[in-house]
Structures are given as C-alpha cells and as structure tokens.
Ligand binder design. Structure first.
Ligand code: ATP
Ligand code: MG
Length: 333
C-alpha cells in the first residue's frame, strides 16, 4: 500500500513563490509515489479572516488553478475543501481535550502570527486553537508525510503529540505524521522580511504577469548595508540571491555563481543582478502562466475536481471518525 500525503493551503489569496519552494514542488514530485490529498483550508483561513468570509470562495478557485498550473494532477492527487468535510470539526472537538492552553501559547509559529496580527490577549479562541484543527486535518487521513514550509513544523509536532496522547489513552488508531520541509525552508519576502506571505503583501505570485514581476523585482530589498554598487555585498541572506539560487535552472546556475562572486567583490550593481532575476523568474513562471490560462478556460473544471475530491476525502473521514469513536467507546448505538 502507498503511503499517504496530506498538505494544503489557506484560500487567503493566490499562491506565490514561497508556496512553490516550501511545499508545491515536493507535492508535484511525490504525487506518483504517495497517495496524495491536498486540502484547501477554508476553515483555518476563517480563524483570522472571519470578518471577510466573502474572500474565500474566489480564492478557493484561484488556489486550485494554481495547483493545476504547477503540475498537480487531479487524477493522482485528491483536492478537497476543508469545510465540506465536517468530520474534521468533530475530531477537533475530541482533540481539544488532549491539549492545554499553555501548550498552544508556547507554539512559536502561533506566537509569531499573534504578534504580527496584534492580537495580544484578545486572541480569538479559534485562532489560538488552529493547530488542534490542523491535527484533525492530518489525522483523519492517517497521513504519513506532510510537505510544508518550515513555519509549519511546530504544527506537525503538535499533531504528533496529540496522536501519541490519543493512542496512549484510547488505543492505537491514529498515525504520527512527519513533516517534509522544502529545499528552501522559508523564502523571504520581496521586502526582505523573513517570510514571503500572502498577508504581508510581500509576494510574487505564480500567476503574476511579466510587468508585475519586473516591478516587484526592481523594488526588491537587497543587502541593506551596501550603499554603492562598487562595495562588496552579502549574498547568503540577500533575497535577490536567495531567489536566484531557488529558481535558476541548470543552464543558468553557472551565471548565478559568477554574479554572486562579482557581487561579493563589489563588481556588479544591484540593478544588473535584478535584471538577471527578472529573466530567471520569467523563464520559470511563463509556462506556469500559460498552463493556468488553459485551465481557466475550462468551465466548471475546478468545481468538478473539488466535488470529486471532497467526496473521496469525506469517505476516509467517516471511516476514521468511526474508528475514533469506537476507540473512545462513544459509539453507543
Ligand atoms: P497567510 O499569510 O494567509 O498565512 P501564507 O502565505 O503563509 O498565507 P499558507 O496558506 O499559510 O500561506 O501556507 C501554505 C503552505 O505554504 C505552508 O506549508 C507554508 O509553510 C508554505 N509557505 C508559505 N509561505 C512560505 C514561504 N515564504 N516559504 C516557504 N514555505 C512557505
Ligand atoms: Mg500562513
């Protein structure tokens, strides 16, 4: 039997380069080897977007089109919508008993995100508890592997703890998942912030047109300590170079190395490096954009994929929930 993957994205906007290196690339690579499930996490998106539920519908469609355009094949990967699998919510309620408030407050990603959103002590309970709901997402499918960006590793650890506690208390029903982090663990934003993120607006989207890409790249943050183009510069953390290393294809890698060594010596200007990055990104994104246009033209395609995927996911959810209830001895009649 094939091992299983579960992973997903929040429909809070289009997918960007960070999603690609953090998770999408691994999903495409592994969809033959693993039985793959991909969840559009609308319930999780609501935890910090509940005032704008109208955003979700359109973004669910955009996210699925992004999946297809990078090569996720719905014949191999099951794509589904979280809220359409209500068994996840039921599991979440049972798991809530297995987690303390103190443990949730210690989660470093939750801490960072709370700070970013300025919640302080007025954090919505749903937001604070989203790692518990994420444990339900992963475990209803008994997933073995979760391809994610490094910011999600604490969530997988939380899930593993819940699984161990459940299995210890009620019997071995659930599977402990492992995180699979992408080659680039966390792609920085165009503004130099540590993470490219939809809610920070520092992104290059997979579907962006050439003009937008150029504008974003030309406005990018580089080495903050380099004032003139003839000064030696830093390339390790410099986002322009991080992107170059992440997206240059084999034919371009020699030139990347050459530019990098020039930059370190102060022999090349920022704008010249950026011109090359525009070229690299254009080459990488153009085929994705073309495929997307093809899929956009197919009416009802996204709905059909989601209906079929959700039906399949729900069957699995019902099975797991029945096992969970039996183990907990609450399958009364
Ligand atoms: P939001 O700002 O709404 O949280 P996001 O940009 O963080 O959006 P998510 O939908 O939360 O995107 O993340 C989906 C997946 O993509 C997760 O596995 C996450 O780790 C990964 N990911 C997101 N941004 C990056 C990034 N900059 N680098 C690497 N992986 C990323
Ligand atoms: Mg996020």
């Amino acid at each position: 039997m094939k091992k299983r993957i579960l992973t997903g994205d929040r429909p809070t906007g289009r997918l960007h380069l960070g999603h690609y290196v953090g998770s999408l690339r691994n999903r495409v690579k592994l969809q033959d080897e693993y039985e793959t499930f991909i969840m559009v996490a609308d319930v999780q998106a609501l935890t910090d977007n509940f005032e704008h539920p109208e955003k979700l519908k359109e973004n669910i469609r955009e996210v699925v089109l992004d999946y297809l355009s990078v090569g996720i094949d719905p014949a191999k990967a099951t794509i589904f919508v979280q809220s359409k699998v209500p068994e996840i919510a039921e599991l979440t309620v049972f798991y809530m008993n297995l987690v303390t408030l103190a443990r949730l407050e210690r989660n470093p990603t939750v801490k960072d995100e709370m700070k970013q959103k300025g919640y302080g002590s007025n954090v919505p309970l749903g937001f604070l508890a989203y790692p518990v709901s994420q444990a339900a997402d992963i475990t209803f499918l008994k997933a073995d592997l979760v391809p994610v960006g490094v910011d999600q590793v604490p969530m997988i650890e939380q899930t593993r703890e819940i699984v161990r506690k459940f299995n210890e208390l009620y019997g071995k029903v659930l599977v402990e998942p492992e995180a699979l982090v992408g080659e680039v663990e966390r792609l920085p934003g165009t503004d130099g912030k540590a993470k490219m993120s939809k809610s920070l607006g520092n992104v290059i989207n997979l579907a962006d047109d050439s003009e937008t890409i150029r504008k974003q790249v030309m406005g990018m943050f580089t080495d903050p300590n380099r004032v003139h183009g003839d000064e030696p510069g830093e390339t390790e953390k410099n986002p322009v170079f991080v992107y170059l290393r992440a997206f240059a294809d084999r034919g371009q890698s020699e030139k990347v190395a050459e530019i990098e060594s020039k930059y370190k010596k102060g022999d090349i200007k920022d704008v010249e490096v950026k011109e090359f990055l525009v070229e690299v990104l254009e080459e990488f994104l153009e085929p994705i954009r073309k495929k997307r246009e093809e899929f956009e033209r197919q009416k009802d395609l996204v709905d059909r994929i989601l209906e079929e995927g959700t039906r399949k996911a729900r069957e699995e959810a019902k099975k797991t929930l029945a096992e969970v209830k039996q183990a907990m001895k609450i399958d009364y009649f």
